[in-house]
Design a protein around this ligand. Structure first.
Ligand SMILES: [Zn+2]
Length: 76
């Protein structure tokens, strides 16, 4: 038997919110993204291996990982 395994990651933007960037210190929109890494078999995504929330600064482009709690606090 032959299986073709691979990994694919997709990003989805959840929302953007003004916040102070930890890197550049500017109060600018921060985009909150969700990145999912999936295991693919014959290019069909089957299992989600990893789910990360990322915050991307619109000023300096710095990306930082945030927790679910931080995401809720920002969304609220
Ligand atoms: Zn920044």
């Amino acid at each position: 038997m032959f299986f073709l395994f691979g990994l694919t990651s997709r990003e989805r933007m959840l929302f953007a919110r003004n916040a102070t960037c930890h890197f550049c210190g500017q109060y600018v929109p921060q985009r909150v993204l969700q990145r999912r890494t999936k295991l693919t078999v014959f290019f069909i995504p089957l299992v989600t291996l990893n789910r990360k929330r990322l915050m991307v600064c619109s000023n300096c482009g710095a990306t930082s990982k945030i927790s679910a709690g931080q995401q809720r606090a920002m969304a609220g």
